[in-house]
Write a protein that binds this ligand. Structure first.
Ligand code: ZN
Length: 344
């Protein structure tokens, strides 16, 4: 990821943070600097002495500096924790509350490939969604950083595209403690890892290319040394014996192996995903129980119709956890499998 896209991500994040915590933020046309005006308690949470302050993408003497390296991530985490965990006040006029309506929604959304499905019941309820933000650092010869966010239905563990939740103006803060977060953290980490690898592909390719180049240089250098070890000494005009050549070549080969393993060590990279914040959003949904029959076995699954997305949420594959609307089921345990896991 280029420097500028991390920057624009931070700008977007900071704007949503300020606007959804009761402040206003006004960016200059070149996007390098903004003026924020916020309530006193929010200013304090962001480490500012005045209710009006500068927000900038480059280090400066005053104001809030948006960077992954500085204190911004911790200030943002604190602020999100205090100001953002919220209850969504969303319009729910067109919830499919009649059985024929939600049965039709399930039928038109899902494909059950080797099983029979019967929609049993549906009930309107408020479902907690957990939006996790991770500060991701990949460290090798150089460092790559990013913010990765993952939103899950805390009941089903299914990943849903609710990243735009933060930009909704219609949130009502609640004092309730968030529901249990340990289960969604593990799932969110799993998804964030995959997302990190996807985002970091150019960085990882660059590191790989550099390692290959260094390997080749080492190999070329030691190949030249090996050739030299069997040629006569120009100064003393003596020709090395066969044993001498062999022992020199062996030494060169060992040295090359040592250098190559040093090189591999230098290019090892470590990845750290630090959860910086969890925001919980409670959204009305219809929880629908579906009975799946595979041969003689039956099992009931709960799926959700999301009132914000206004559609069914997918289910997760029992093996790879990827979400899908198309499933096969195993014989005895009636576990759902996606097309990839079913095919393998
Ligand atoms: Zn799968």
């Amino acid at each position: 990821m280029s420097r500028s896209s991390v920057e624009s991500q931070l700008v977007e994040f900071a704007t949503a943070l300020v606007e959804n915590s009761g402040g206003i933020i006004d960016w200059q046309s070149d996007g390098s600097q903004a003026t924020a005006i916020v309530p006193p308690d929010l200013a304090e949470s962001l480490g500012q002495h005045h209710e009006s302050f500068l927000v900038r993408t480059q280090p400066g003497d005053e104001g809030l500096v948006l960077s992954l390296g500085g204190e911004f991530v911790d200030l943002a985490a604190r602020t999100l924790r205090h100001f953002v965990p919220s209850v969504g006040a969303f319009a729910v006029d067109d919830l499919p509350v009649r059985k024929t309506e939600f049965a039709a929604a399930v039928e038109s959304s899902f494909g059950w490939q080797n099983a029979r499905a019967k929609v049993l019941d549906g009930s309107v309820m408020t479902v907690p969604y957990h939006a996790w933000w991770f500060h991701v650092t990949l460290q090798s010869e150089e460092t790559w950083e990013s913010l990765v966010s993952v939103t899950l239905n805390a009941r089903s563990g299914v990943v849903v595209p609710l990243s735009e939740l933060l930009s909704l103006g219609d949130l009502r803060p609640t004092k309730d403690a968030p529901s249990d977060s340990s289960a969604t953290l593990d799932l969110a980490l799993h998804v964030a890892e995959a997302e990190t690898m996807r985002q970091a592909t150019p960085f990882l390719q660059r590191i790989d290319a550099r390692r290959e180049r260094d390997r080749k240089r080492l190999q070329d250098y030691y190949r030249a040394l090996q050739r030299e070890s069997s040629t006569p000494n120009k100064r003393t005009k003596t020709v090395p014996t066969a044993e001498e050549i062999e022992s020199r070549q062996k030494a060169v080969k060992l040295e090359l192996q040592r250098k190559l393993s040093e090189l591999d060590e230098r290019y090892l990279f470590s990845a750290v995903l630090r959860p910086i914040v969890l925001a919980e959003f409670r959204i009305p949904a219809v929880a629908i129980d579906v009975e799946i029959q595979r041969k003689a076995e039956k099992r009931i699954f709960r799926v959700y119709w999301n009132a914000m997305l206004k559609k069914m949420e997918p289910m997760s594959c029992s093996r790879c956890l990827r979400t899908s609307f198309n499933f096969w089921f195993t014989n005895d345990t009636v576990d759902p499998l996606c097309s990839t896991c079913h095919g393998s």
